[in-house]
Design a protein around this ligand. Structure first.
Ligand code: PPY
Ligand code: MG
Length: 543
């Protein structure tokens, strides 16, 4: 019989986990020791727990597999609350493993270090952030508890929480049962598919919007197949930007409501039957549409159910629903107004000052030459700028919108996929988690980081012009790269940016930090439309 820690690791591996991100602490030391000596999954340590959570999140988004974030009790786990909350909101299957006090340790009447109010304060907090939890304090049932929690993680594609008392890590437990795929109601999937197909056929402007669940449940190819049969315009949600990249589906673009390109918004808002597959119905995905999407004529397949107008089919797996649609779909041949994304043109390599749109142009130029790289983006204008990078795999916190994801998320992508990522981040977010780049050398990671340095919390300035606290000092980040084990490039002109990108791409020996100096107030076209939209909506509501 395996010991408890080993049983957890074997079950994780059996369910597809490829690695563990973590930071140890004394309550977690016994688990970490077994993690290393058992050699079941590789361990990547980072510097601060938020980085651990973001790295695991980035890994899961790219691989569509379980990711693992391992921390110690209290000071460690509570440091990771925000990334776990984001993973919950944005549906990433992250397994949080926390060390915990041993069974006898609570009995001596003293407060234990790292304890908040009660010994189970952390448990209560994580209950709110995860979709299933287990405290593995009973070796007789641990195998079933581990399977229950890990299976839920995959079924719901949301974080789960496992707490391991430090004195039990080597206690023998029964082998964990194999993964049990979800069943779903196939009859409901069939009826839903038929109703939706007939609604689509009756519509004059049917359209498809693809959201993150398509990636989470690994069915982008099926969605592409369905789109190819139906021949209707295809869009992605804001969160889903980067989905269907390289899938040979003519993509009209990414829906951003009034912040988006008008022809893409028209496809969605003028549709009389919008089929949303795996789309998170959030304000960032829909809010700036000013209520223009008519949900009574829309179909929303999400979180294990299919909503058709005002009724819904429960217990329908997205995969089954799409399979049933593929089986019976007929071409509708309503290609719609636009089948290709608008181009922003090539970068002019001259001595002009940089604008965010030049960064999009420069990256498009690089990808055209060398092929696309997997991307992560932080929150801020870098993410809005990414909307003008040709549709390329992109993971970003477009809904929960935490800062700090970009750099550690990208490291997670490289750890989990072995692919060299391109990371977009602003100076504000870089100050939070950019230092995790110092861990690249240890693991041979060599991301290219494009740091949008406008010496501001520029996006906040956009929401609330005026206050001086939006100004950030110029820390000369590129100069710090050498000390962290990478190479820095500070660029202020379009020609310098193009050269730095090429040099960075050619130098695979270490991470590359391209610090793109941007004037305050220079914002991407999308952020500008976003601002205009918000202003005109708030003006309308004040009338
Ligand atoms: C996300 O950002 O959460 C996504 O799932 C979108 C995505 C698209 C392509 C690659 C990885 C993630
Ligand atoms: Mg900034």
């Amino acid at each position: 019989m395996p010991g408890l820690a080993e049983a957890v690791l074997l079950a994780l591996k059996d369910r597809g986990a490829g690695e563990v991100f973590g930071i140890p602490g004394d309550f977690a030391l016994p688990f970490f020791k077994i993690l290393e000596s058992s050699d079941i999954l590789p361990l990547y340590t980072l510097s601060h727990e938020p980085g651990v959570g973001f790295a695991a999140d980035g890994a899961a988004r790219f691989t569509s597999r379980l990711s693992v974030a391992c921390v110690t009790y209290g000071a460690g786990a509570l440091n990771m609350i925000n990334p776990v909350a984001q993973a919950y909101a944005e549906k990433t299957p992250m397994v949080v493993i926390s060390g915990a006090p041993g069974a006898g340790e609570a009995a001596n009447g003293l407060l234990l270090h790292h304890q908040v109010k009660r010994l189970d304060s952390q448990w209560e907090i994580f209950k709110e952030l995860t979709c299933a939890q287990a405290r593995l304090d009973d070796p007789a049932v641990a195998h079933r508890e581990i399977a229950r929690v890990l299976d839920r993680c995959l079924h719901e594609s949301r974080p789960v929480y496992l707490e391991i008392p430090r004195d039990l890590v080597a206690t023998p437990v029964n082998p964990v049962p194999a993964y049990l795929p979800p069943s779903g109601n196939s009859e409901a999937a069939q009826s839903a598919a038929r109703e939706v197909l007939s609604r689509l056929a009756a519509a004059s402007r049917p359209a498809l919007m693809v959201g993150v669940e398509a990636r989470r449940y690994g069915i982008e190819d099926k969605v592409a197949e369905l789109a190819a049969i139906l021949k209707v315009p295809v869009t992605t949600s804001f969160m889903g930007r980067g989905l269907m990249a390289g899938k040979n589906v003519p993509l009209a673009g990414t829906y951003l409501g009034a912040a988006g390109k008008p022809d893409v918004s028209a496809v969605v808002e003028e549709s009389d039957c919008l089929l949303m597959l795996g789309v998170i119905l959030s304000d960032t995905n829909f809010g700036v549409s000013g209520g223009k999407v008519d949900m009574r004529h829309a179909v929303h397949a999400f979180d294990g159910q299919v909503r058709v107008g005002l009724h819904y089919y429960p217990d329908v797996l997205l995969r089954d629903f799409v399979d049933r649609m593929i089986a019976e779909a007929r071409p509708l041949d309503r290609a719609g107004p636009s089948a290709a994304e608008e181009e922003i043109g090539a970068l002019i390599e001259d001595a002009d000052t940089l604008h965010p749109m030049d960064i999009a142009r420069a990256i498009n130029g690089l990808f055209a030459e060398v092929g696309p790289m997997p991307m992560t983006s932080d929150m801020g204008d870098c993410l809005f700028t990414a909307m003008d990078i040709d549709n390329t795999e992109l993971a970003a916190p477009g809904y929960y919108a935490s800062m700090g994801f970009g750099v550690p998320g990208g490291l997670g992508v490289q750890a989990a996929t072995g692919r060299r990522p391109l990371i977009l981040v602003g100076d504000g977010a870089f100050q939070m988690t950019g230092w995790e780049l110092g861990n690249c050398r240890k693991y041979g990671w060599n991301p290219i980081v494009v740091l949008f340095n406008n010496t501001s919390w520029e996006m906040l300035r956009v929401f609330q012009p005026g206050p001086a606290y939006h100004d950030l000092p110029d820390w000369h980040y590129a100069d710090l790269a050498t000390g962290l084990g990478g190479r820095g490039h500070r660029v202020s002109t379009r020609a310098e940016l193009a050269k730095a990108l090429r040099d960075a791409y050619a130098d695979e020996s270490r991470f590359q930090l391209i610090e793109a100096m941007l004037p305050r107030g220079a914002i991407s076209d999308t952020l500008q439309r976003f601002v205009n939209a918000i202003r005109s909506l708030s003006a309308l509501s004040q009338e």
